[in-house]
Design a protein around this ligand. Structure first.
Ligand SMILES: Nc1ncnc2c1ncn2[C@@H]1O[C@H](COP(=O)(O)OP(=O)(O)OP(=O)(O)O)[C@@H](O)[C@H]1O
Length: 259
């Protein structure tokens, strides 16, 4: 919050377009993300949701558009730039390596190495510290996975999602971007994943979440941005909408241009 009680805008994406030749996958879309909120991005298949988040996080080269973090323009041309700017993206396929344990998956590419008392690197990986950090993190987030040494291939879908989501907190990210976090999950596991999304928010993260699940929008999100045919058709506070309104905005039976 700002001193005037107005929610602070942490991320602003202005005039984002991604064109493939004549195909306007997204066209001149502007959205902002407020500090500590969960912002849902909804829209029909092909509306441009994934393209928008990929353009924001540098996974796709934008045709045009500008990104601001804390009001300052930043260049995000690659996922590495996005990570450095404090964004962690979790894609549908989760990108866990089946043959690796939880610790190895969470710390992949960011491993802690052992050091002597003078801070000189031994070269060996410090699994004791990494395992301890995972246990602390899971306790903090109420993730109940006792055996952290198992390979990822033996995890359930919900556990895989929990591990992927926990990375956003582990590395002190401010913004978590989630592309359909419950797409591959059953009812119980979806609830577990969504409770964890709420927990990310409780730990101070701001979250952008693509979803097709209207109940998740209504129960877990603060605002919702609706994409239609590559354009932003509406942004609403969730407290002001119901399921029928959301469906109307998504399908275009509610005409936002007339509103
Ligand atoms: N590489 C590409 N070349 C041409 N068109 C593309 C390409 N990638 C995406 N598109 C088009 O861009 C539009 C937006 O696609 P996008 O995947 O972002 O939609 P989405 O809202 O995420 O859909 P879904 O809910 O089905 O995942 C679609 O019309 C799609 O066909």
């Amino acid at each position: 919050m700002t001193s005037a009680g107005i929610p602070k805008i942490i991320l602003e994406a202005k005039g984002i377009s991604k064109h493939y030749g004549g195909v306007k996958a997204i066209d001149d879309v502007s959205i902002d993300l407020r500090e500590g909120e969960v912002l849902a991005i909804v829209g029909d298949n092909g509306a441009g949701k994934s393209t928008l988040v990929k353009a924001i996080t540098g996974a796709l080269a934008k045709t045009s558009g500008t990104i601001f973090l804390d009001g300052k323009e930043v260049r995000i041309d690659s996922p590495t730039d996005a990570k450095a700017a404090g964004m962690e993206t979790v894609y549908q396929d989760l990108a866990l390596v089946n043959e690796l344990s939880i610790t190895k998956n969470v710390f992949l590419g960011r491993e802690i190495v052992r050091k002597d008392i003078l801070g000189r690197i031994f070269g060996a990986l410090d699994f004791k510290t990494m395992d301890a950090e995972i246990r602390t993190l899971f306790e903090k987030l109420d993730i109940r996975i006792a055996d952290i040494y198992r390979d990822a291939q033996s995890f359930s879908g919900g556990q895989r999602q929990a591990v992927a989501l926990s990375k956003t907190v582990m590395f002190g990210k401010r913004i978590a971007i989630l592309d359909e976090p419950t797409a591959a999950l059953g009812v119980r596991e979806s609830k577990m994943a969504m409770d964890l999304v709420r927990s990310l928010k409780d730990h101070g993260l701001s979250v952008i979440m693509i979803t097709h699940n209207m109940q998740h929008v209504l129960n877990y999100c603060d605002r919702v941005a609706v994409l239609r045919l590559g354009q932003l058709s509406a942004v609403r506070d969730v407290k002001d909408v119901d399921g029928d309104t959301l469906v109307g905005l998504i399908t275009g039976t509610i005409d936002t241009k007339a509103a």
